[in-house]
Ligand binder design. Structure first.
Ligand code: TXE
Length: 492
């Protein structure tokens, strides 16, 4: 068992009341780490530390360029430790080592990109319509940001928030998921090594039910940046509203992967498989609905099943494994429940449809890659996020019908389409109600490109130039250079 401590105000410490919890390895089904279970006292201390650090000259007095440099150093340190951090994530959340290694090797780019952006945040001089008055704007940080992250891509989704928040000059209290806290605690020392002053980044571990509300509602927290489920996101939004706090929310989806008869069939099959079975479907952008044009429906489903059948399940730390375990036991149960719901609604599993009991799955929490046909767009299996390796296949006849079905859920995180017709690609890019539209590709993200949800999939954008605005507020400054007397009883 590995024992961890939390990072509060530059010091490593257990929870004030000594509470801990165990983190399980989803492949062995056994605990491997002991994590501090923070209580309200710990959260308060972390927020106070972040509040003080926000005002202290050691952080506030840094030039934006110097702040950027800290992020660059952090990026280099992460790069040097990427494979080790990836192994920790795989042990803790059961995702494939190949996937976690790829994420960890890529994520320094977020810290570099926003580090570079730190000193390019500029105000404006307004050609104001009042003679003798000078009006300009300042872009200022908000203060303490509560960063709340999930278990599926722990350090990657944290980087999407930490990098712009810190580049903009804020300080942070970060609560990773109770199912994947270890990698956050392994990352902690790198902030110190990079030279971030104590209290600028605090990491508290524990349960959303114990400390989530306090993090969100504490009066000294200026903003909440959250990725997680839509029900929790709604609770966070509601709690933040009590104090009129801004939020960035990324809440998952029910993304459609649309296959037209004019596609390159093998590419589309590959894309649909990658959309739903990579990461065992535990991604916010999972293409969990495949909409397939009726003229190619039978041949497409046949090829889809044939390829999906070949997926190698097993130990996520083996390079050759393609489908790993489900990260949490509640999630495992939820997926199996949805499989029952789909059957109850009249859908038919043409592949999988059960827990995986293959010998190579050991005692892990595995679900067989599952493909449902006979799905109607209004069924729960086609409307609700499962967050597992469960695909709903729905036929359509025309482009308009495909668009209508794709847009018929309350979510709008992403959508994919497979077509050789450029006109159709352009029409889809306009008509699909989703924050990301992929044509002839799927599951591509970059630090350069904005990411976020339409509709119930969330509020705000992460990555790309505009993301830093989520962590800034604009101030308008007026200077009267003329000093002319004016009537105090009317507006100037
Ligand atoms: O997520 P939660 P869970 C979806 C997916 C999954 C479902 C539930 O459908 O089945 O969410 O997963 C913290 N105030 N996604 O229960 O609860 C919690 O401790 C403040 C989609 O694991 O959303 C964790 O740190 N915070 C998703 C974080 O919220 C609270 C990724 C996310 O946990 C809180 C993961 C509260 N009241 C799951 N309650 C995506 N968008 O990628 C909990 N938390």
């Amino acid at each position: 068992m590995q024992n961890y401590e939390m990072l509060i105000d530059g010091r490593w410490a257990p929870a004030a009341d000594g509470q801990v919890f165990q983190s399980d390895n989803p492949f062995t089904g056994k605990p491997w780490a002991v994590i501090p279970r923070a209580g309200l006292q710990d959260v308060d201390r972390a927020i106070e530390a972040a509040w003080a650090a926000f005002r202290a000259p050691a952080w506030r007095g840094l030039t934006a360029s110097a702040r950027g440099l800290l992020l660059y150093r952090l990026a280099d340190l992460i790069e040097a430790e990427a494979d080790r951090l990836a192994a920790v994530e795989t042990r803790d959340n059961g995702k494939l080592i190949n996937e976690m290694r790829g994420q960890l090797r890529y994520l320094p780019q977020w810290y570099r990109y926003f580090g570079g952006l730190a000193d390019k945040v500029e105000g404006r001089v307004i050609p104001i319509d009042k003679p003798g008055v000078f009006n300009f704007t300042r872009e200022e940080p908000l203060g303490v940001i509560a960063v709340i992250t999930p278990w599926n891509s722990p350090l990657m989704l944290a980087a999407w928030k930490l990098a712009p928040a810190l580049a903009a000059g804020n300080t942070v209290v970060w609560k990773p998921s109770e199912y994947s806290s270890a990698s956050a605690l392994e990352l902690g020392p790198l902030f110190e090594k990079a030279g971030f002053p104590p209290g600028v980044v605090n990491i508290v571990t524990g349960f959303g039910s114990d400390i989530g509300d306090r993090l969100v509602t504490h009066p000294k927290v200026a903003k909440v940046a959250f990725t997680g489920g839509d029900a929790t996101g709604e609770a966070v939004y509601r709690a933040a509203a009590k104090h009129i706090k801004p939020v960035t929310l990324e809440l998952g989806g029910k993304s459609a992967n649309i296959v037209f008869e004019d596609c390159v069939l093998d590419d589309a099959v590959n894309g649909v498989v990658s959309g739903i079975f990579a990461a065992s479907g535990q991604t916010c952008i999972a293409g969990s609905r495949a909409l397939v044009q009726r003229s190619i429906y039978d041949s497409f489903v046949e090829k889809l099943v044939a390829l999906s059948k070949t997926a190698r399940m097993g130990d996520p730390s083996a390079d050759t494994t393609q489908v790993g375990p489900i990260t949490t036991q509640p999630q495992y149960r939820k997926i199996l429940e949805y499989i029952d719901i789909a059957r109850g609604e009249g859908a038919t599993a043409v592949l999988g449809g059960a827990a995986a009991t293959r010998p190579e799955c050991g005692d892990g929490w595995f679900v067989e890659p599952t493909i449902f046909v006979g799905v109607k767009p209004d069924m729960r299996i086609a409307q609700e996020e499962v967050f597992g390796p469960v695909l709903a296949v729905i036929p359509f006849d025309t482009e308009d019908e495909a668009i209508e079905i794709a847009n018929s859920t309350q979510f709008g995180l992403a959508a994919g389409a497979w077509t050789q017709n450029i006109g159709r690609a352009l029409r889809l890019s306009e008509k699909l109600e989703a924050g990301t539209v992929w044509i002839n590709t799927y599951r591509a993200v970059s630090y350069l490109s904005p990411f976020g949800g339409y509709k119930r999939s969330g509020i705000g954008r992460e990555s790309g130039l505009t993301a830093i605005k989520e962590y800034l507020q604009e101030k308008s400054v007026w200077i009267d250079a003329q000093g002319a007397p004016s009537n105090p009883f009317v507006m100037r």
